[in-house]
Design a protein around this ligand. Structure first.
Ligand code: ADP
Length: 628
């Protein structure tokens, strides 16, 4: 018999398990029982959907046996079992996402304490065992196989005898070591309490022989010891249990086990519905962003059960995209087991459930926002971008669900605020909700375009994510007030300079025309600014497209580049203005250079690419050289 090698990744995980100083080693039992339960689920599902003969719900079981002499703990199930190939591929490599994520985390932190927080699966058996033997027979096969491993050196596979389908896992428990008590895993009561703690909700009976002292029959006053097989778990799935029977820890353990996340969920939603759609739902809002969340690889969806039987691992139709971060499950007795994916999409019941779930999630988030602001902001850091995408997508179809859940940084409050908070604070004469776009809060703080709006005492919302302005434009208005960019041509209020401006515009008509000519193809017009206070120039836009949108759209990999209609605005109270007026009369060539320089400066402030950096610096340098 040849010893085979583990794959390199598995070997490393195994090493960690074997040498683990982790104190919570008892979780190995949870992992093995949950594998056994999954294996039964698989077979049960097949029996119902394919009509297998001789497989009955009431025959399923998981069994625990202790042999103190031999120092073994055996976990037996009559689930689907494994073929030789399956034994090899399932137990020879890390398959499960939990283990992979765990490995990644380990490599970055080298912190043994997180073992128990992950679902690390089968290999956790090596924390307590010196040898692990798996004897398995796949359903429908007449061969059985024995897989065995003493650790990192490798494993062996050979033919074995087994009467019926299923898997038996025999753990040869380690000898007690200095600080480690392994004997406890050979103690019936200890094992029973571990099962109660982690695996009580497993839906198949977990059987165990328990010794009991009972009064002797027919002989009064005398006792005898008998062995009875007991079901040690209550078998009610967590989601069907009463909310007030369950502790935060119960939910957390369940979440960790099922969804491979070591961080506490931000929120748990446990609800049920009756009437038109009967279901139980157990939903979790994760406490952190999954590492692949904002990538194509991430798949949304909830586990779907038909009356307790898992029929789909990830049902996307149950979750709208804007809440794709939610994890959890739905169990409904109204669904048929054999329902196909296509039929599921059409299913009226499922649609109803999805609607209710969306509402539940929304309400939960609203209440979090209202009563637990700090955690809501944490949540928003993790998933706010998704909510804003949701606002924009499907032509704004979801805006009513989402508009009160989004937050923006506020110029006056210096923190994240809601639209409703903004609206509630608006000045009496204020007609619009103002926003400004930029890369960061610091950069927007310095944007010249924000000056007059600030001076008016109006609050400005900062759009720092690419999607922000698109989302606001899709929303169009909030509470009857339209959104307005501080860079838009018309700010919607009269500035003190306004009437003066008209006269000055007229007076300097030729200056503006000459500058615009010098900037032909770049700007549509040059004008006096109504919004600048201290800065010399800025760019504003007319028409539907803003500069930010231009930047974002052009960053996309398409051939068609767009261009916003730009206006170069000049601050008439800046010392540069009289210089321009003079140049217009005395030195039209130099005015052209100045127009170019000012335009380029405005682009730089805006964070837009400039056409010719070399030309720009040359011009600046020759100006600098003019000082006598
Ligand atoms: P996971 O259960 O997350 O996939 P494990 O490392 O615990 O990761 O198990 C690897 C695979 O081995 C499982 O996916 C399953 O296919 C198989 N397996 C484990 N235990 C059993 C069992 N008792 N019966 C049948 N297959 C099993």
């Amino acid at each position: 018999m040849k010893t085979k090698q583990f794959k390199a990744e598995s070997k490393r995980l195994l090493e960690l398990m074997i040498n683990s100083i982790y104190s919570n080693k008892e979780i190995f039992l949870r992992e093995l029982i949950s594998n056994a339960s999954d294996a039964i689920d698989k077979l049960y599902y097949r029996s119902l959907s394919e009509g297998l003969t001789g497989v009955r719900r009431e025959d399923f079981f998981i069994r625990l046996d202790i042999d103190k002499e031999a120092r073994t703990l055996t976990i037996t199930d009559n689930g689907c079992g494994m073929t030789m190939e399956e034994l090899e591929s399932n137990l020879g490599t890390i398959a499960r996402s939990g283990s992979l994520a765990f490995k990644k985390e380990m490599e970055s932190k080298e912190d043994i304490d997180i073992i128990g927080q992950f679902g690390v699966g089968f290999y956790s058996a090596f924390m307590v065992s010196e040898c692990v033997t798996v004897i398995s027979r796949a359903y429908g096969s007449d061969e059985a196989w024995r897989w065995e491993s003493k650790g990192v050196e490798g494993y062996t596979i050979e033919p074995a005898e087994k009467d019926s389908h299923g898997t038996q896992i025999i753990l040869k428990i380690k000898q007690n070591a200095d600080e480690e008590d392994y004997d406890q895993y050979l103690d019936t009561y200890r094992i029973r309490s571990i099962v109660k703690k982690y695996s009580d909700y497993i839906r198949y009976p977990i059987l165990m022989d328990i010794e009991k002292t009972v009064p002797k029959k027919d002989v009064e006053g005398e006792y005898e010891t008998v062995t009875e097989t007991e079901t040690i778990n209550s078998m009610v799935p967590l989601w069907k249990r009463n909310k007030n029977e369950l502790s935060e820890e119960d939910y957390f353990n369940f979440y960790k086990d099922k969804f491979y996340d070591y961080e506490k969920p931000a929120r748990v939603i446990h609800s049920s519905g009756e009437g038109a759609a009967t279901y139980h739902a157990l939903l979790f809002i994760p406490g952190r962003t999954p590492f692949n969340y904002y990538t194509r690889e991430y798949e949304k969806g909830l586990q779907l059960y038909a009356n307790g039987v898992l029929i789909m691992e990830r049902c996307p139709d149950l979750l709208p995209d804007h809440f794709s971060f939610v994890k959890g499950l739905v169990d409904s007795q109204d669904l048929s087991l054999n329902i196909s994916r296509e039929m599921l999409q059409q299913d009226r019941q499922l649609k109803l459930i999805a609607q209710r779930i969306e509402k539940k999630i929304k309400n939960e988030l609203s209440s979090m926002l209202e009563n637990d602001r700090e955690n809501y902001e944490k949540f928003f850091k993790n998933f706010g971008l998704q909510l804003k995408y949701g606002l924009y997508s499907d032509f704004g179809m979801h805006k009513d669900v989402l508009k009160d859940l989004i937050l923006f940084y506020s110029s006056t409050e210096k923190k994240l605020v809601t639209l409703s908070e903004y609206a509630g604070r608006m000045k009496e004469d204020q007609k619009f909700i103002y926003y400004a776009c930029g890369e960061s809060v610091e950069k927007i703080d310095k944007l010249p375009q924000t000056e007059v709006v600030r001076d008016k005492g109006y609050e400005i919302l900062y759009c720092t994510d690419d999607i922000d302005e698109f989302a606001l434009r899709m929303l169009h208005e909030y509470g009857g007030k339209e959104f307005k960019s501080v860079s838009s041509g018309d700010l919607g209020f009269e500035t003190s300079e306004e009437s003066d401006n008209k006269v000055k515009e007229e007076e300097n008509k030729s200056l503006f025309e000459n500058m615009a000519k010098a900037l032909e193809g770049k700007v549509k017009a040059v004008r006096l600014s109504k919004r600048l206070k201290t800065h010399p120039v800025c760019i504003s836009t007319e028409g539907a497209l803003s500069l930010e949108m231009e930047k974002i759209l052009n960053a996309m990999p398409t051939e068609n580049k767009v261009k916003a209609e730009r206006i170069l605005e000049i601050n008439e109270s800046h010392p540069i203005f009289p210089v321009l007026v003079r140049l217009n009369d005395e030195n039209p060539e130099k005015l052209k250079d100045y127009a170019q320089l000012l335009y380029t400066q405005a682009l730089l402030i805006e964070g837009l690419p400039i056409d010719d950096p070399v030309d720009f610096t040359n011009k600046i340098c020759s100006l600098m050289a003019e000082v006598n």
